[in-house]
Design a protein around this ligand. Structure first.
Ligand code: ADP
Ligand code: MG
Length: 341
């Protein structure tokens, strides 16, 4: 999912905790609680199974605080740590970055290289040129072709970054970081790390269809539906997600630029500078949420070559829905299907 910010007002945590009344354990039984937390403008539904009510509530509060810090610090266009860092990167200066953000930059660099730079979070300027740095969806024809060509030929890549003692700088002034294609996965990874150290035996973190599980669900493996890219209200497949895996989906259907008779999706091919057209959605299942999130973007860019890129990236559980509506999947993904078979 993109780092899109559609709602600027966040309901207080207490409002969403009403959902927690849905499933509460009996005395002596584990407690199951569901709460809605906001991060990156998306409602993240957090279901926790824990030893007791107090422990589960304390964990929810900690995860909520973590998500709010990420929202503030990594926002791609609202003033915060990332916009400050981007300003410094374009000047070539060294910038000190905090460990969580440094971790995000490092994992992003690794996926970028592994994907042959199809996942390229250094193309923030291109994302902005297409109008995707705003709360509202952009409208209108494609940007001027010469502006797109200039940004493509500047060729910003994560390999332009240099690291030293917790600081980073860019050799390429055109590089601007945009973590829209990976931040949600990384946020869910950090949340799961924190949950592991708490008294939580199972968790499902669902950020608008991008989700990670920890442990098992109340009745065995977590069952999750993967949304149909052509019909928001229905699911394309239902899978049983084994312990500690993430299922991340990138699609062209939620954020797009509406031109006359053409809808430009927000997944950009860094080589052409234009949006991906062959693929409607890609779902990647992997233990690492950040890797799965970014890989889904990379495979969407790979289009018809997605199987080759998935093999290079070590991905064996992938589903791709093409713009024409066909569903393709790897054998590893098929093995998780509950319906349809
Ligand atoms: P979705 O929102 O459908 O899950 P993604 O997780 O792939 O999709 O995130 C898309 C966002 O990633 C875009 O809005 C943009 O900020 C950024 N982006 C677009 N193209 C690329 C790319 N090739 N590499 C890295 N990030 C990208
Ligand atoms: Mg993604």
């Amino acid at each position: 999912m993109a780092l899109s910010v559609k709602r600027s007002v966040r309901p207080p945590l207490a409002v969403w905790l009403l959902g927690g009344l849905l499933l509460t354990g009996c005395v002596g039984q584990p407690t199951t609680r569901t709460a809605g937390l906001y991060v990156f403008g998306t409602l993240v539904e957090v279901t926790l199974i824990g030893a007791n009510e107090a422990a589960v509530q304390a964990t929810l509060d900690r995860v909520d605080a973590l998500f709010q810090a990420m929202h503030r610090d990594w926002h791609p266009w609202k003033p915060g740590r990332l916009t400050t860092l981007n300003g410094q990167l374009s000047s070539g200066a060294w910038s000190l970055v905090d460990p969580d953000l440094l971790g995000l930059i490092e994992v992003s660099s690794t996926v970028a290289r592994a994907s042959g730079h199809r996942f390229n979070p250094a193309i923030g300027r291109l994302v902005a040129l297409w109008g995707f740095h705003g709360d509202e969806l952009p409208v209108g024809e494609a940007p001027d072709a010469s502006l797109i060509a200039d940004l493509v030929s500047a060729n910003p890549r994560m390999t332009d970054l240099e690291f030293r003692d917790g600081a980073v700088r860019s050799r390429n002034p055109a590089l601007q970081l945009d973590f829209g294609g990976i931040a949600k996965g990384y946020a869910l990874d950090l949340a799961r790390q924190r949950l592991r150290s708490d008294e939580v035996s199972g968790a499902l973190l669902n950020a608008g269809g991008d989700l990670c599980v920890l442990g098992r669900g109340p009745q065995g493996p977590w069952r999750v539906g993967i949304r149909d890219p052509f019909d928001k209200s229905s699911v394309r497949v239902v899978i049983a997600l084994p312990q500690d895996l993430c299922a991340m989906t990138s699609g062209n259907y939620e954020r797009y630029r509406q031109g006359e008779g053409i809808r430009w999706g927000h997944l950009l091919n860094p080589e052409s500078g234009y949006p991906v057209t062959q693929v409607a959605s890609v779902t990647v299942i992997h233990p690492d949420g950040a890797w799965a999130d970014a890989a889904a973007t990379a495979l969407a860019v790979a289009g018809g070559q997605w199987r080759d890129v998935a093999a290079v990236m070590g991905l064996d559980r992938v589903m791709v829905v093409s713009e024409g509506g066909a569903t393709e999947m790897t054998a590893g993904f098929r093995a998780l299907l509950i319906e349809p078979r």
